[in-house]
Design a protein around this ligand. Structure first.
Ligand SMILES: *[C@@H]1O[C@H](CO)[C@@H](O)[C@H](O)[C@H]1NC(C)=O
Length: 335
C-alpha cells in the first residue's frame, strides 16, 4: 500500500503525458536515412514502448529529422506487460535484456543517440556505463532521477495519514523483496538513512559508484566517452523529490530527527560523486559536454519549446561528422 502510493506518485505525470495520437502507428519511417545517427528512446514509469504518447513523440522527431531510425526500448513486447515491467521487476536483469536487444538491432550497430524519459533516463545511463555496445553518442535525459528519489511529495501540515504512508514507505523500501521486485525502490535514495541505502540497494549505488570498495572504473570510462550529456530538469516538478536529481542534485545527508524540516540541497558540483569523479561526470563536464537545461512545467510536461531545440541540436548528426560536442545555443546552456 505504502509502496504503491509511492509508485503511483511517480507515474502520474507520465500517464498524463501519454495523449492519444493518430499521427503514426508504425515503428519505422517509410524511407530511412541511414546516414543519420539513429535514436534509441527509453520510456518512463507508467508508460510503454509504443504508447500513443511515445508514438507521437517519435513522429514529431521524424518530422524534424526525416528518415531517422528510432528504436523504442521494451522490456516486454506486449504493451500492458511492458507498462507493468516499469513498476515491477529487477532493473539489473531488465538492463541485461535491453543490452541484448540493442545489440541485435542491425541499424544501431554503429552507435546511437539516447533519450531517456524519467526513470528511463537513469536506466539508459546505466546502459552506457555497464554495456555501451553499441555505444551511445549523445545522451539526453528528461526529468530523470540520477541521484534517486529521496521522498514522497511533501505532506500537508497535520496530515497524519500522509505522514504514516511516508514513514511506512521509508522502512519497507529497503527490504530484499522490494529491492528485487519494485523498480522505483531500486533508485530510492533516502538521505535520512544512507547507510541502509548503501548496504541494501543494488542498482543506484552501483551505477553511481557509491560503494567505496566496489567502484567500477569501466563505468566511468564508458560514461566519460559520451559526446554530449543533456540533463533536462522540470522547473515545477513536484513528482521527483528533489527535482534537482535530474541534474545530479540531492538532499544533503540528514538523520531521522531532521526529517520534518527540508534538508539542504547538494548541487551536482558539490557531490562527492562529482568532485571525486566516481563515474566520469566531472571529466565530461570539464570537457564542456554536460548541458544543464531547465524546462518550465511539471514532471514530464514536455512543451515543444523544451524538446524541439534539443532534438534539433543534438540528434541525427550525419555519421560522417566527427561526433564531437556541439556548440551551445541560447536555450541550451552549459553548466
Ligand atoms: C565492471 O563493469 C564491467 C562492465 O559492465 C564488467 O564487465 C565488469 O565485470 C565489472 N567489474 C567488476 C569488478 O565488477
Amino acid at each position: 500500500m505504502d509502496l504503491l502510493a509511492f509508485i503511483f506518485s511517480l507515474s502520474l505525470g507520465i500517464i498524463a503525458h501519454a495523449v492519444p495520437s493518430t499521427l503514426e502507428s508504425t515503428r519505422r519511417a517509410a524511407t530511412q536515412n541511414t546516414s543519420l545517427t539513429p535514436l534509441v528512446i527509453w520510456h518512463g514509469l507508467g508508460d510503454s514502448h509504443m504508447s500513443p504518447g511515445m508514438l507521437e513523440f517519435m513522429s514529431l522527431v521524424r518530422n524534424i529529422h526525416p528518415g531517422l531510425f528510432i528504436h523504442s526500448i521494451y522490456v516486454e513486447e506486449d504493451l500492458d506487460n511492458d507498462q507493468r515491467a516499469g513498476w515491477f521487476g529487477n532493473v539489473d536483469e531488465q538492463l541485461t535484456g535491453v543490452a541484448e536487444q540493442l545489440a541485435d538491432v542491425p541499424e544501431l550497430q554503429g552507435g546511437f543517440d539516447g533519450i531517456g524519459f524519467s526513470q528511463g533516463g537513469q536506466f539508459l545511463r546505466a546502459y552506457v556505463e555497464r554495456h555501451n555496445n553499441p555505444p551511445v553518442h549523445s545522451l539526453i535525459t528528461f526529468g530523470a532521477q540520477h541521484m534517486g528519489v529521496a521522498d514522497l511529495p511533501a505532506c500537508k501540515p497535520l496530515d497524519v495519514m500522509c505522514q504514516l504512508a511516508r514513514n511506512a514507505a521509508s522502512t519497507g523500501v529497503y527490504t530484499t523483496w522490494a529491492q528485487k521486485n519494485i523498480i522505483p525502490a531500486q533508485y530510492y535514495r533516502d538521505t535520512s538513512q544512507l547507510p541502509t541505502y548503501l548496504s541494501s540497494n543494488h542498482f543506484l549505488t552501483s551505477i553511481n559508484n557509491e560503494v567505496p570498495d566496489s567502484r567500477n572504473h569501466t563505468y566511468a570510462q564508458n560514461f566519460a566517452s559520451l559526446s554530449n550529456l543533456v540533463l533536462v530538469l522540470f522547473s515545477q516538478d513536484k513528482t521527483v523529490v528533489p527535482k534537482e536529481s535530474a541534474w545530479f542534485g540531492s538532499y544533503a545527508p540528514a538523520d531521522e530527527s531532521q526529517v520534518s524540516s527540508t534538508p539542504a540541497l547538494v548541487p551536482m558540483k558539490r557531490q562527492p560523486l562529482y568532485s571525486e569523479d566516481w563515474i566520469g561526470l566531472k571529466q565530461l563536464d570539464q570537457a564542456g559536454r554536460v548541458k544543464l537545461v531547465s524546462c518550465d512545467g511539471e514532471h514530464m510536461q514536455i512543451a515543444r519549446n523544451c524538446w524541439e531545440p534539443i532534438v534539433k541540436q543534438y540528434l541525427a548528426k550525419s555519421k560522417k561528422d566527427d561526433g564531437g560536442s556541439t556548440r551551445s545555443s541560447l536555450l541550451v546552456q552549459s553548466s
